[in-house]
Design a protein around this ligand. Structure first.
Ligand SMILES: Cc1cc2nc3c(=O)[nH]c(=O)nc-3n(C[C@H](O)[C@H](O)[C@H](O)COP(=O)(O)O)c2cc1C
Length: 202
């Protein structure tokens, strides 16, 4: 089993989503000791935003600058990582109601027509079938159905759409919300998430 572990928080050692994604990976490793883990830290080593020059260069052979060549290489590397993975574990904080821009830059590199999805006469088809994903979501506030903030939630809904579009239908979300409300609330939300992770990996 090949696990791709991706973190996307910019908060380094203070990150909550990193803690949860590491917990998920540790439990998967305990259940599958032979599993190989590839780790990508989008916070420490951000991918450049997808640009018009890179998109044009990816369409066919042409002379490109060193900068564009390095950019294409970085994009190809993350694409290979997800194509080669059986399980994706993602740490995904909510920043300004959606995912971090670092994570969005990664999504822009893995959503590639002909590689991870294709358009057919019957509409789009995801090509990452058979893979499984675990997503650790963290939020400072609350965005559930009764919170009054549900319409602002573009984090889980976005990731659900992306994974589904790419053909990954088995996506397990673990949520720790309200982590910036108070230390007590944070502890409670993390304990709940830890329980969910233990149940997932059981
Ligand atoms: C730049 C930034 C934007 C944030 N935006 C939101 C937000 O829109 N809603 C929210 O509930 N929390 C927001 N937060 C709080 C984070 O979701 C919270 O701190 C969470 O723990 C982040 O996950 P992390 O610790 O793994 O980075 C924001 C935090 C940062 C640093």
């Amino acid at each position: 089993m090949k696990i791709l572990h991706v973190d996307s928080s910019i908060l380094g050692g203070h990150s909550v989503s990193r803690r949860l994604s590491a917990d998920i990976v540790a439990r998967l490793k305990a259940a599958h000791p032979a599993a190989a883990v590839t780790y990508r830290d989008l916070g420490a080593e951000p991918l450049p935003h997808l640009s018009g020059a890179v998109l044009a260069a990816a369409q066919g052979p042409q002379a490109v600058s060193d900068e564009v060549a390095a950019d294409l290489k970085a994009g190809a590397a993350v694409l290979e990582e997800i194509l080669g993975a059986d399980v994706i574990v993602l740490g995904a904080p909510m920043y300004n109601f959606g995912v971090s821009s670092q994570l969005k830059a990664w999504i822009d590199r893995i959503a590639v027509a002909g590689k991870t999805f294709r358009y057919t006469a019957n509409g789009p088809e995801g090509l990452l079938k058979g893979k499984k994903a675990f997503v650790a979501l963290t939020r400072g506030g609350f965005y559930g159905p009764d919170s009054g903030m549900n319409a602002f939630e573009h984090q889980e809904s976005h990731l659900r759409a992306v994974f589904t579009f790419l053909g990954i239908t088995e996506v397990n979300f673990v949520l720790a919300e309200g982590v910036n409300i108070s230390p007590e609330q944070k502890a409670q939300s993390l304990a709940k998430a830890a329980g969910e992770i233990a149940a997932l990996a059981a």
